[in-house]
Write a protein that binds this ligand. Structure first.
Ligand SMILES: C[S@@+](CC[C@H](N)C(=O)[O-])C[C@H]1O[C@@H](n2cnc3c(N)ncnc32)[C@H](O)[C@@H]1O
Length: 398
């Protein structure tokens, strides 16, 4: 932060000012992060998606600017109650708003912080308490709701359409708009890089899924791997544990697929380890799936074991005499907080053997195979994806 302020000083006109607005300490989102033990240091947290959140106290903010040669001209602590009547939820949001000018850097004690209550009770004397009717239902609450509008005056739509190109296919994908993504709990409402990369791999190597039954775990709202697979596979079941994600996924399928491809793709809720969900997937294909795919689904340590347990239940039993068609679990991620030893230990606990990986192939043993290398062999993928950024693990069921 100090470095950033020093850079701002260098480029600011003599009479220029810095307009500052950011989350304040005590904001509802901070309360939630605190209760989930995602704290890094004072008022600093890591969100579920790996991005960071900092909450400013008045004192910290003024000192920070003062120490870097700015005077505070005015500063406010803003309060806003966001009410969600359908969920009977009242959310108290707080942010700091200030104007700084280059100066002596000693204004800290001189400007008096004002407090603004925005909303119905503008001159409410006390800081409102957080009222959360149903905390058990907390996972369903999108705390970003209304916030971008209230805090920054942005009235952006909640969703935006991305043009996604995967090798020879292009898709229009509806995702949660950027203004909302960083405070949203669900990671399924956006498109992650590994799905984009894996979809290109599937598009360039149809034999991975051709004529086979495919299950995608944690497919997210975009479902592009499933959409590519559905062109060549006999059956594709695209699943996710999050119902909002599945709603958006269904919209994306309708936007991009037509019969007959659409007919070979089924979407279904599947929360890893949930017995009822697993049983209802079995009713769609009681022989088990030839190929199971998961992109960017191994970033939460606690979810890795249920993921493998679910894959174990739903993969087709191997007949032992198949070569190219041995049932496979293909996981892929771009590096971000992925704990490879936990993945490998869960794999072996649930009877999966790592037979190949990318980019660092296994050192040659009697059981290692050169499967993934062949997907990249003609070099055509290099031009459309940074293949070294993609980590692929290829498992066989023992
Ligand atoms: C980082 S996103 C990746 C989405 C998509 N595969 C992609 O790469 O764009 C992780 C996905 O896994 C889903 N997920 C996380 N935990 C899950 C669980 N326990 N059961 C089922 N789905 C889960 C999330 O809803 C989300 O859609």
């Amino acid at each position: 932060m100090p470095l950033m302020l020093q850079n701002i000083r260098k480029v600011l006109k003599k009479d220029g000012c810095v307009l500052f607005r950011d989350y304040a300490t005590g904001d509802l989102a901070q309360e939630r992060l605190t209760s989930k033990e995602q704290k890094i240091s004072d008022n600093f947290y890591v969100r579920g998606d790996g991005t960071r959140a900092f909450y400013f106290s008045d004192e910290f903010l003024i000192n920070l600017f003062n120490e870097n040669g700015f005077d505070a001209e005015e500063h406010f602590l803003c309060f806003k109650q966001v009410e969600n009547r359908s969920r009977e939820l009242v959310m108290n949001r707080r942010w700091v708003q200030a104007v700084f000018r280059v100066g002596s850097g000693i204004s800290g004690g001189k400007t008096e912080s004002k407090v603004k209550f925005l909303g119905k009770d503008n001159d409410k004397p006390e800081i409102p308490k957080i009222i959360l009717e149903d905390s058990a239902n907390e996972t369903e609450v999108d705390i970003s709701e209304g916030m971008a509008l209230e805090m920054f005056g942005i009235s952006s739509p909640k969703e935006e359409i991305l043009d996604v190109i995967s090798k020879d296919y292009s898709f229009k994908i509806k995702v949660l708009s950027k203004e909302y993504q960083h405070t949203c709990k669900s990671t399924g409402l956006m498109l992650w890089e590994s799905a984009r990369l894996m979809a290109s791999v599937l598009a360039a190597n149809q034999t991975i899924v051709s004529g086979r039954s495919v299950l995608e775990l944690g497919c997210g709202c975009a479902g592009i791997c499933s959409m590519v697979a559905a062109r060549f596979a006999n059956l594709v079941v695209a699943t996710d544990g999050d119902t909002k994600t599945l709603d958006l996924l269904n919209q994306n399928l309708a936007l991009n697929l037509h019969v007959p491809t659409l007919a070979s793709l089924i979407t279904k809720k599947l929360e890893w380890g949930n017995r009822d969900d697993v049983e209802s997937i079995k009713t769609l294909n009681d022989r088990g799936f030839d190929v199971i795919i998961g992109t960017d689904v191994t970033y939460i340590a606690e979810a890795i074991a249920p993921l493998f347990a679910t894959a174990k239940e739903l993969i087709r039993p191997s007949r032992g005499d198949e070569e190219d068609s041995t049932p496979a679990l293909i996981l892929c991620h771009v590096f971000r907080r992925v704990d490879e030893p936990s993945i490998l230990s869960a794999a072996s606990e649930f009877g999966f053997k790592l037979v190949d990986r990318w980019p660092n192939a296994l050192t040659s043993t009697s059981t290692s195979q050169n499967i993934i290398q062949s997907w990249f062999s003609d070099g055509s993928l290099e031009t459309c994806i940074p293949t070294t950024a993609l980590n692929i693990q290829y498992f066989h069921k023992l």
